[in-house]
Design a protein. Structure first.
Length: 461
């Protein structure tokens, strides 16, 4: 089957495709399928009608914090609010000082049917919701128009007005719709800021090419149309999206137990919470997940096929049976060593005898085996649970283990990561390091699943 990557299409075709998809409320991939099907390529798979998003109610109950920046494109946000509300979203607007020069809080508030927030140091607002809660009570933060100034503030972490403070305080996904003069958009400073924001996980929609409000100016910098922004929001918040449909992912999670004798074993503090959460998130994204789990006390993740094992060698055997796959994610805290020989009977304590010396041998490295296998999956991900030199060790592991990404986390006792509910990770790849803020293990899983989906993304037609 041929494969088309939308990213590689000609800019003008991409632009027309984006607008057409937005107008139809579909993703660009769905639009391509429908265009090809209309051309008479009847054997091509067409997205079933049920997978085409309907406008009405598609954002039902979703809470969007809309930060309106100070640019001429701010007027388009009035339409954007309407589009979001007709899809069932609750829109809570925040206006920057500059935005108030372009649209009034009265108009914005009337369309949103909600209070409009403008000031960082408003005693009334702080008592009422406060900027921290404002930023956390949303499912998504949308910045439209995102001016060059606002992007610069976000990239450097400034928090000297309500909009920037909310953006710095949030732990929710952020979607940015830039709008500025083409020269500002092309300026190296803006390019740097954009790269930083992308690294921080901020998503972008637009800007588009075309005529600018200033007469005689044209180029890249026009804010995406409200329908395009609405479609990007739908895609980000789509609970039914299955970007990993058709992909098979092999995973390990939890600790291993290495028997000393029939009653004693060597174990570690891994709870399996992070690995199991990732498996569940990948399954929600439509992947067929095969999880090899060491002994844990948490339930099997929903929608995931689980093979329960005890030791590293059992885990390795199970993983080998599950290849080939599209991706492998090895999260288990596999014991590095096992007993050279497991005692057949319980080792007895005898009066006057010294404590037994445990003779140990190295366990197979499952991740390295997968990373260097003939059946190596397209994407191989390992974890690096360290207590010191976290980053340097992760970088070394990329090559040693044949991995594409190493997810490094500090498991020193004080961090409470091992067995706890939160994690703060760094994604180490050959092209750099992405640092994610502290978040719940579920959020790490969700974000990682989205990143994996993007890495495995290509449109099969
Ligand atoms: O070398 P280290 O144990 O720090 O590497 C951690 C990564 O390697 C994790 O992804 C873990 O699941 C994997 N690993 C493995 N088999 C081993 C040891 C580690 O798959 N024997």
């Amino acid at each position: 089957m041929a494969s088309i990557t939308i990213r590689n299409l000609d800019d003008s075709i991409k632009e027309r495709l984006r607008l057409r998809a937005a107008a139809n409320g579909r993703s660009m991939e769905e639009e391509v399928r429908i265009i090809l099907a209309d051309l008479g390529a009847s054997s091509l798979p067409v997205a079933p009608a049920s997978s085409i998003r309907q406008h009405s109610g598609s954002l039902s109950g979703r809470r969007i914090l809309l930060i309106i920046g100070g640019g001429i494109a701010a007027y388009k946000c009035l339409d954007l609010i309407r589009r979001l509300r007709e899809r069932g979203a609750q829109v809570r607007p925040v206006l920057t000082g500059a935005a108030e020069e372009f649209v009034t809080p009265l108009a914005v508030g009337a369309l949103a049917a909600d209070k409009v927030f403008t000031e960082l140091f408003s005693r009334e607002d702080e008592q009422d919701v406060g900027h921290i809660r404002l930023s956390r009570e949303a499912d998504l933060i949308v910045v439209a128009p995102a001016t060059a100034d606002l992007m610069a503030k976000m990239a450097t972490g400034l928090a000297n007005d309500l909009a920037s403070a909310v953006l710095l305080a949030t732990d929710k996904p952020v979607l940015v719709a830039p709008a500025m003069n083409p020269r500002m958009w092309d300026h190296p400073a803006t390019k740097r800021n954009r790269a930083t924001l992308e690294k921080d996980g901020v998503r972008f929609v637009g800007p588009n090419r075309g005529e600018m409000a200033e007469s005689g100016e044209s180029g890249s910098g026009r804010m995406a149309e409200p329908l395009e922004i609405a479609a990007a929001i739908e895609k980000l918040l789509d609970r039914s999206a299955k970007p990993l449909q058709g992909k098979t992912i092999v995973m390990t999670s939890g600790p291993t137990h290495e028997a000393i004798d029939p009653v004693r074993y060597i174990a570690n503090r891994s709870s399996g919470k992070q690995g199991h959460a990732i498996a569940a998130a990948l399954a929600r994204f439509g992947a067929t997940v095969r999880l090899v789990s060491g002994p844990v006390t948490i339930p099997d993740p929903e929608g995931v096929g689980v093979i329960h094992v005890e030791s590293a060698r059992e885990m390795r055997d199970a993983v080998e049976q599950l290849l080939p796959a599209d991706a492998a994610i090895m999260v288990a805290a596999v014991a590095d060593w096992r007993m050279a020989e497991e005692a057949g009977e319980k080792i007895k304590k005898k009066a006057g005898e010294k404590a037994p010396r445990l003779q140990m041998v190295e366990n197979p490295d499952i991740l390295a085996g997968v990373g260097h296998s003939k059946l190596r999956p397209h994407l191989v991900i390992g974890f690096a649970a360290e207590t010191q030199d976290v980053l340097a060790n992760a970088q070394r592991k990329l090559d040693k283990k044949g991995a594409d990404w190493i997810i490094a986390n500090d498991v020193s006792h004080a961090t409470g990561v091992m067995g706890g509910d939160r994690n703060s990770v760094r994604i180490v790849t050959r092209s750099g390091v992405e640092e994610w803020p502290d978040m719940s293990k579920e959020e790490v899983a969700e974000r990682l699943a989205a990143k994996i989906a993007a890495a495995l993304e290509s449109v099969e037609v």
